[in-house]
Design a protein around this ligand. Structure first.
Ligand SMILES: *[C@@H]1O[C@H](CO)[C@@H](O)[C@H](O)[C@H]1NC(C)=O
Ligand SMILES: *[C@@H]1O[C@H](CO)[C@@H](O)[C@H](O)[C@H]1NC(C)=O
Ligand SMILES: *[C@@H]1O[C@H](CO)[C@@H](O)[C@H](O)[C@H]1NC(C)=O
Ligand SMILES: *[C@@H]1O[C@H](CO)[C@@H](O)[C@H](O)[C@H]1NC(C)=O
Ligand SMILES: *[C@@H]1O[C@H](CO)[C@@H](O)[C@H](O)[C@H]1NC(C)=O
Ligand SMILES: *[C@@H]1O[C@H](CO)[C@@H](O)[C@H](O)[C@H]1NC(C)=O
Ligand SMILES: *[C@@H]1O[C@H](CO)[C@@H](O)[C@H](O)[C@H]1NC(C)=O
Length: 512
């Protein structure tokens, strides 16, 4: 077993130190030793806290805008995609965000123009958006426990510009808008799609204009957000759904935006929102993220904050250089960079839920049928907005292949093992890093740990309990896609975990 090699190398270097002491040529002896220590793997020692930190609500992503295309794929490919996203053999997502379409009026990209159910007040066409509904049903059929509906824009006739973008919410229409959303939720709940949360304004800070727009968007000024929440709450309440369907707000694009605007709208409706959800498109530093969670917690202690959308960054595995940009990087470098962001939300900020953005994308930036290395190599023309990619020319060239990135496999570590109801236990001590955590259930511990460095590391971990059995482990690295490796080695409270260079590994333990 590899770890034994590491441990032996370590013991050997200890023995060498002792053997150098007092030797006549001790300087050259130490020089030889220094070289061998440089090559020797790093050893980190840390402990799993006995006290649970947050209880997780799970891991998810959004159904925008790929359902428009993927609905056109042959049924076996649609089934395969659904299993890749929603079954435990695939990602095993525990939250799916379904986009309630606004009809796409004046959105120039047809893929980003989801149909609307809305015809006129109280009149709906429930056959609209067959694409979105197909994958929403798939998520429910696979047992995804938490379904969220979110909206980029109200139907065109309700917005200030009469379009699905480049306009804003109209004062005085809160109840009308809320009634429309409550009708949509109630209808699909009656059909068995048990939507638990509704987010009525995704990125209210942007109308995504001017027309023609690249996507839907409705600006909701901070001073209008209380009306949106009040109207929706009243409409849900009228249907007896106010305590069943939680309102999420306000999905501001960045933490700085969110916290600077809360005071304008939130105090009035604090009791009507289930959680404060935010995006992290400012790619916050650790200090800014902590300052956001600390100040929000102190001002609104009754509400949790959730990370509900992010995508589209390059950068190094250790997070250096991350920030909003185009570019497609399907390699382990980008997968670890985004994994670092999950750890930032969970370990640093202590948040309970994390959603990536679109899950599936055609932003591959190259033509996979023309270039066999296209899907697996980085290029500057695509976007890191999906975990799974497809050929944007599928309709003409019949290419229905699904291209999985390394990010798919690293996200699977979180989505497979950070389940609703599981709890985080901090890893502390001199060798602890922010990119490692333990996740417990009454039956198991999972240690999810990332090594973004180019040298192998051995983690020696002390647990707060003794009755553990190391059952299995899986790793994602440049060469491995969620591949089974040797379980942790040890006994009692002391265990040794190998963290290969540039990898994300999950070690599983059974509690006996
Ligand atoms: C749609 O966009 C066009 C410009 O492309 C503009 O002239 C028109 O007024 C827009 N329609 C609406 C309803 O906003
Ligand atoms: C976009 O919205 C602005 C502000 O309402 C309006 O003046 C402009 O005409 C709109 N542009 C288009 C192309 O619709
Ligand atoms: C909309 O209503 C809000 C809250 O009352 C108010 O602050 C804002 O000025 C209004 N906006 C317009 C355009 O009337
Ligand atoms: C946030 O709160 C934590 C724990 O209460 C504290 O350790 C940290 O220094 C605070 N950070 C900031 C930036 O306020
Ligand atoms: C992060 O990784 C890059 C690329 O490997 C490296 O140049 C840089 O020194 C690392 N930064 C830190 C803080 O470790
Ligand atoms: C599903 O898609 C994945 C990724 O492209 C592929 O490896 C797998 O063979 C497909 N499975 C089926 C049953 O088509
Ligand atoms: C990665 O390198 C950083 C900076 O040298 C170090 O603090 C950290 O412990 C290393 N992480 C692992 C898992 O080896």
């Amino acid at each position: 077993m590899f770890f034994q090699g590491i441990y032996e190398a370590y013991q050997e270097s200890q023995a060498l130190v002792e053997s150098c002491i007092g030797m006549p040529h001790s300087m050259s002896c130490f020089a030889t030793l220094a070289a061998s220590v440089l090559l020797a793997p790093q050893i980190l020692a840390a402990s799993v806290s006995a006290v649970p930190a947050q209880t997780f609500l799970g891991i998810g992503g959004s159904g925008a805008w790929w359902p428009y295309d993927l609905y056109n794929f042959p049924e076996p490919a649609r089934q395969n995609l659904s299993a890749l996203l929603f079954s435990q053999d695939g990602l095993g997502l525990s939250n799916y965000r379904w986009n309630i379409g606004g009809g796409g009026v004046n959105v120039s990209n047809p893929v980003r123009a989801p149909e609307t159910f809305y015809v006129s007040p109280g009149v709906y066409d429930w056959s609209a958006d067959a694409q979105g509904i197909y994958f929403l049903k798939q998520s429910a059929a696979h047992g995804v426990p938490s379904l969220t509906a979110f909206v980029n824009s109200a139907p065109a006739s309700m917005t200030s510009g009469g379009a699905s973008c480049n306009g804003s919410f109209v004062n005085g229409t809160g109840l009308e808008y809320g009634t429309y959303l409550a009708d949509v939720i109630a209808h699909w709940r009656d059909e068995g799609l048990l939507i638990k949360y509704i987010s009525p304004m995704n990125e209210p800070d942007n109308n995504f204009g001017p027309s023609p727009c690249g996507q839907e968007g409705m600006e909701v000024d901070a001073n209008q957000r209380a009306e949106v929440v009040n109207g929706l709450y009243a409409a849900l309440d009228a249907k007896g759904l106010a305590s069943t369907v939680g309102i999420l707000a306000d999905e501001s694009s960045s933490l700085s935006r969110a916290s600077s605007e809360y005071s304008t709208w939130l105090p009035e409706v604090i009791d009507k929102v289930a959680a404060l959800v935010h995006h992290t498109y400012d790619f916050p530093s650790d200090a800014s993220y902590l300052s956001y969670v600390n100040s929000t917690k102190s001002l609104y202690p009754s509400k949790d904050t959730w990370m509900s959308e992010i995508c589209c960054s390059l950068g190094e595995a250790n997070g250096t250089g991350r920030g909003w940009s185009g570019g497609y990087d399907p390699t382990i470098t980008n997968a670890l960079m985004f994994s670092g962001m999950v750890f930032q939300s969970f370990v640093l900020a202590g948040e309970p839920r994390y959603d990536f953005w679109t899950l599936v994308s055609n932003g591959i930036g190259c033509a996979p049928l023309d270039d066999p290395t296209c899907a697996t190599s980085a290029n500057p023309d695509g976007w890191n907005d999906g975990l799974i990619f497809y050929d944007s020319d599928y309709a003409t060239n019949g290419n229905y292949e699904l291209y999985l990135t390394k990010h798919f496999f690293t996200y699977k570590h979180f989505a497979n093992f950070v389940k609703p109801g599981s709890q985080r236990h901090a890893i502390t001590g001199p060798g602890a890093t922010q990119t490692m955590m333990a996740v417990s259930t009454p039956e198991t511990y999972a240690v999810i740990a990332m090594n973004p460095n180019t040298t192998d590391t051995t983690l020696t971990l002390t647990f707060p309990v003794t009755k553990l059995r190391a059952s299995s482990a899986v790793r994602t690295s440049a060469e491995e896609d969620f591949v089974g490796i040797e379980p942790a080695v040890g006994s009692g409270v002391s265990w040794t975990l190998e963290l290969k260079a540039m990898s994300l590994t999950t070690y599983l333990f059974e509690r006996r």
